[in-house]
Write a new protein. Sequence first.
Length: 452
Amino acid sequence: MCTCHSELFAKRRRAFLEAVTARSRAVSDGDAVCVFPAAPVFTRNNDVEHDYRQDSDLFYLTGFNEPSTVLVMDGKSAGPDGAAEYRSTMFVRPRDADREIWDGPRFGVDGVKEHFGADEAFTIDKLADELPKLFQNKKRLYYRLGVNRSMDDKVLEAIDRTRARAKLGFTWPVEIVDPGTILHEMRLFKSKDDLDAMRKAADITAEAHIRAMGATKPGMHEFQVEAMLLETFRAHGSERAAYGSIVGSGANATILHYRQNNKKMEQGELLLIDAGAEYDYYAADVTRTFPVGAKFSKQQEAIYQLVLDAQEAGIAKTVKGSTLEQIHAECVNVITSGLVKLGLLQGEVEQLVKDEAYKPFFMHKTSHWLGMDVHDVGNYYLGGKARPLEPGMVLTVEPGIYIGKDYDKVPAEWRGIGVRIEDDILVTDGAPDNLTQAIPKTVAEVQRAPLA
Ligand code: GLY
Ligand code: MN
Ligand code: MN
């Protein structure tokens, strides 16, 4: 997103601060201040850095993608005249003609006031002096401790410096609250703007998967497929992959977080691709599995169809009022009863589910929130109970069956088969809205990959 979305970011900051001040008012005991630091820069080696991606919370509130930034926001509860006051202060890198020759332009203090809605701005070197002033007479500090230790130190030092001025009549923040309690609830419910970006990420991802499915042939390497995915993402304006792409053929498909992507693919193997584009800081997260240049073997097809049945049953349950636990339970039931029918598990389905007998085959959960982060923020439980789904939430439904190549509790012909199928589902007032529906997944469709 560019500065042309500045109204969107202002709206989000306002909604966040309204929620913060409403909470302060509810306990009628003073105002709050909120601090959001940028993601740190990680050195790759010597003077070379890893690609930079802004912290999702900071980006959600500002659209500002420069490192070495701190956003401080405060809100005063409505005064006698009824008007609440909201203020954003940004600490940013200074303009620097020399550095800008090497790294590109910076907005600097004037730029963030002009384009990013900062009411006040300072260069980042002023943080230690200015933060205690911003903390003065605030009761509560919204700051996520424990993520960025060097920032934690700066924040704690600022509290200490504010407290040291108590004898001059100032008060200081005596409570630290995780801003996620408000902000991550906001991020969990996708607005129309969020969904526009998510649909674009999903569409680009669909294009990439369809291309990969059509082009994969025996004799190619997994990395060639990965290259096609990344090329398609970038060619459509995606900033980057939303996570490291998994391209695993044969037994590699049974390794949940396989990342080497360097094996030559053979006729008759399955290829599992788990890859998604990021667009405007929103992620898609999709898995498809299909045969490499051939039709499914009998065993591969049986496992594939079973995972697909489970996934479709899970998606059907992705409706208002349902929970992630119920979606998972649905997939577990379908998979367990299917494994019994295939003779891969023996016993009574209900008891096998109770005993978690499916776990050697299906060892992960079915769903996670999806948004700016691939494993997105937002509580999964409320008051100790799985939270009911509500319209505007987006989650994945991604059951799988993985039979390791050395798993000797099943006959040899079943070993080395890994299948996962994953789509991105928007909860609505009615039927589930599958954002990644366009990517083929029936047995007939995925067997269309060209024969060698
Ligand atoms: N690609 C990560 C996941 O499916 O959760
Ligand atoms: Mn996922
Ligand atoms: Mn995935």
